[in-house]
Design a protein around this ligand. Structure first.
Ligand SMILES: [Zn+2]
Length: 396
């Protein structure tokens, strides 16, 4: 089950890998990461590192190590997670591997699910019963009237049915946000518009954001159009949960406003491509091209990108998302930042997570290939470690 590399007082050493300690520093070749208990004690070149003879050695020659990865847009709303307290530990472990840990994810932000259920899933992971990532969650989103898909659609999509607050104005937004925050959620998520009602006004975003920010929590928005993005940004949201390829390219005013407000974006490029899969090829290409262009403009403007796939609504393998981000002009270091330092900073964990350095938590991904040469190598995971424990190991 949980494979402790070491007891709290013992050392273990991951030896021989190329180590990307952060997205901005040169990698260490033939390196060593020394771990004690949950933490990194030291990292450096093997020739210059001394470590206790009693340390457990994990042979990492020929492998590549980076900090544990974040997926900042997931949902634990598929039927497989329902009544999570009743799922046997072995099955739950396999489900978490299948969706997350086999791809190196050690931290995730769930932006829409049944809060009580997701909290129980988190509890089972944090108690040590099942190996899995650190979960943060907004609980259910706040929806303008008519935006929630019908039960029939939810069922076809394989999703759980769960209540989500409907809001139309500032007072309702503040009220619903406060109620969720009182229940302990880690952030607030709002849907900006609905085919069956007026879009949420800026004041509604502002009211929800005021409540969340007072509690020190971030606010996410699901926009459908560029106009939704602008309203939400002006209303004080922190994270744009999607690009909006159905509304055309993002213009300079929008990009500048996002930049001024220090917004972060989870591009979810695979999602829109996936939803278009039944359409004409030319229509698919148009959407993909537009979303890639939106991300390219945002990244070129120096905007913050948080890797995020909308996992649960799309397939689990993130290879294509990595490829599409590269197509948008993001280089390996920028993509690595979106998976590590950027979310750690945005979610207030930079002193603990996101880099490989002495004193930080030992959340690590060990890869079979170097992703600086081929970005899809980010999915060729040999080991995933969280807090010094191996939570996933590929069978060779
Ligand atoms: Zn989503």
């Amino acid at each position: 089950m949980h494979e402790a590399l070491n007891s709290p007082s013992e050392y273990s050493a991951l030896v021989g890998a190329t180590i990307y300690v952060s997205p901005t520093e040169d990698p260490i070749r033939d390196g060593v990461v020394l771990i004690r208990g949950e933490k990194i004690v030291a990292v450096g070149n093997r020739a210059q590192m001394q470590f206790p003879e009693t340390a457990h050695i994990l042979d990492c020659f020929g492998l590549t190590i980076a900090a544990g990865l974040w997926n900042s847009h997931v949902h634990f709303f598929e039927r497989k997670w329902a009544n999570v307290a009743d799922i046997p530990a072995s099955e739950l472990t396999r489900q978490l591997q299948d969706a997350l840990t086999r791809f190196g994810f050690t931290s995730v932000f769930d932006t829409g699910s049944l809060w009580e259920n997701t909290r129980q899933l988190r509890d089972r992971i944090e108690s040590g019963e099942v190996p899995g990532p650190k979960i943060r969650s907004t609980g259910p989103g706040l929806f303008p009237p008519g935006a929630l898909p019908s039960d029939q659609v939810l069922s076809l999509m394989g999703l759980m049915k769960f209540p989500a607050p409907e809001i139309a104005d500032a007072a309702q937004a503040a009220d619903a946000a406060k109620r969720l925050l009182d229940q302990g959620v880690d952030g607030i998520k709002l849907f900006a518009s609905s085919p069956r009602s007026a879009p949420l006004p800026e004041s509604a975003f502002q009211a929800a954001a005021d409540e969340a920010h007072r509690a020190g929590k971030p606010v996410f928005v699901h926009p459908n159009t560029a106009a939704d993005v602008l309203t939400a940004v002006r209303g004080g949201v922190d994270i744009i949960a999607h690009t909006t390829p159905h509304s055309g390219p993002w213009d300079d005013t929008l990009l500048a406003t996002m930049k001024d407000h220090r917004i972060a974006l989870t591009p979810t490029l695979t999602l829109w491509k996936y939803y278009m899969r039944h359409d004409r090829l030319s229509a698919q290409e148009k959407i993909t091209n537009t979303e890639v262009t939106q991300l390219r403009a945002w990244a070129a403007a120096g905007g913050t990108v948080l890797f995020g796939t909308d996992l649960g609504a799309v397939e689990y393998d993130p290879s294509e998302e990595y490829s599409l981000m590269a197509e948008a002009g993001m280089n390996f270091r920028q993509i690595l930042a979106s998976l590590t330092t950027a979310p750690a900073e945005r979610f207030g964990e930079a002193d603990k997570l996101g880099r490989i350095a002495a004193g930080l938590q030992a959340d690590l991904v060990v890869l079979n290939q170097d992703p600086s040469r081929n970005i899809r190598a980010l999915t060729s995971v040999q080991y995933t470690l969280r807090a010094g424990k191996i939570i996933y190991r590929a069978i060779k």
